[in-house]
Write a protein that binds this ligand. Structure first.
Ligand code: CP3
Length: 378
């Protein structure tokens, strides 16, 4: 299995005519023939799928007993740097739920670990950096990421693509990265934050340092995506989970240009790009224009409103309130039906929760939800 080159491995070519944000898109990467009928890829491209595709953000991990078992005694970052563990954990929810896409098991801060930063993921807390980044010298001390830093990622994606090709007639793999703002928030604060005060103080008070930091992270996140696509991932998602912390005009000035850089580099690879943030109602138009094919809508935003804001050029993803899985099944399914109905007006609709799976979620509810969405008339 390990020597099997993923279908993307031989055909990705990043040419000198990288279109950036101006030129024409290159021909899409020749698809793995086993994925030709993928409902997920069809919806992401704005084509009509046979059923509404469904996957769940954070489907790998947290809520699954088989995940908790395999992680026993293994620190989070160790699990993310072990190709066999990544492969198994990514496959677990696909086997259990029969979702229309797998999402690569990793974390948005993972690429900073092989670069040598003092990073820990503390249980119940999240990513913690011992030496927060606050000055130009701090930024310049961060090396650039190269594919050689990530052999375990390439290996895991190749393993996964080989396995996923024969699950449910071919299940695509979504690669992902953190967008520059959200990754910067962890680097500058030194850990999770509510107000992002230090991050925004740097953004407003030292725009040159901010620019250097955001360029640095954009390069790292783009390379992280390129490695995943080169190894065979069929689509990518750029998580800007905390972008909703800034106003639309500050987003345009301080955030969007750097997300655009990442999305342009991913676009040069010819795979569909999903762009998602939380509390993003005011930003959805710009998140699409930054260079996405699909815009994720968080659960607070009515999907119909999101579709209007995103416009007819792009597909949408979302957005059932993740707490509805704790409601009686009939209530959950009725609300899921309303989300699907609202999504019919979009260029394409990928069903998802409006943020990640909550750790105490009952996996059986997600299984019922998956089956309901896939059986719902399109
Ligand atoms: O929670 C779990 O699923 C267990 C494994 C785990 C992940 N990240 C997987 C992950 C753990 C413990 C983390 C640490 C972490 N990193 C946290 C949560 C800390 C906690 O105890 O709840 C957070 C908030 C981060 C930072 C982070 N990672 C963000 C903001 C995002 C974007 C998605 C989001 O939730 O907004 C990630 C991505 C991430 N972390 C993924 C996975 C499997 C990939 C995306 C996906 O599967 O949908």
């Amino acid at each position: 299995m390990c020597e099997h080159a993923g279908p993307g491995a031989t055909i990705v070519s990043v040419t000198a005519s990288n279109p950036g944000t101006n030129g024409p898109r290159p021909d899409p990467r020749p698809a793995d023939p086993r994925l030709a009928d993928s409902a997920f890829l069809k919806a992401a491209r704005g084509e009509r799928p046979q059923h509404t595709p469904v996957w769940f953000m954070r489907q790998a991990g947290r809520a699954l007993p088989e995940y908790l078992k395999i992680r026993e005694g293994v620190p989070m970052l160790d699990s993310c740097m072990n190709a066999d563990m990544i492969t198994e954990i990514t496959l677990q929810p696909v086997r259990r739920y029969g979702v229309d896409a797998a999402i690569f098991y990793s974390d948005i801060v993972l690429p900073l670990k092989p670069l040598g930063l003092d990073l820990e993921i503390k249980p119940g807390v999240g990513p913690v950096f011992a030496n927060p980044v606050r000055t130009l010298a701090d930024v310049e001390a961060i090396p650039d990421l190269t594919p050689e830093h990530l052999p375990f990622i390439t290996q895991a994606v190749q393993n996964l693509v080989a396995e996923l090709g024969s699950i449910n007639g071919g299940t695509p793999l979504i690669g992902f990265a953190g967008a520059p703002f959200t990754v910067a928030s962890y680097l500058v604060e030194g850990g999770p934050s509510k107000e992002y005060a230090k991050t925004k103080a740097l953004m407003f008070g030292a725009p040159d340092v901010w620019d250097a930091l955001m360029r640095k992270i954009a390069g790292i996140s783009a390379t992280f995506l390129e490695v995943q696509v080169a190894a065979g991932a069929s689509a990518v998602q750029l998580f800007d989970s905390w972008a909703g912390a800034v106003t639309p005009s500050d987003y345009a000035t301080y955030v969007r240009p750097y997300s655009s850089t990442v999305l342009a580099r991913a676009g040069a690879l010819g795979v569909p790009r999903i762009h998602f943030g939380v509390n993003s109602a005011m930003l959805l138009d710009q998140m699409g224009e930054a260079g996405a094919d699909v815009v994720g809508v968080d659960w607070r935003t009515p999907l119909a409103y999101g579709i209007d804001k995103i416009g007819p050029e792009r597909a949408v993803q979302g957005n059932l309130d993740p707490t509805l899985v704790f409601a009686p099944t009939d209530v959950m399914l009725e609300r899921a039906g309303a989300v699907i109905e609202a999504g019919k007006r979009a260029k394409g609709h990928i069903f998802n929760l409006g943020h990640g799976v909550i750790p105490s979620t009952d996996p059986d509810q997600l299984k019922r939800l998956t089956e309901f969405v896939q059986a719902y008339p399109v």
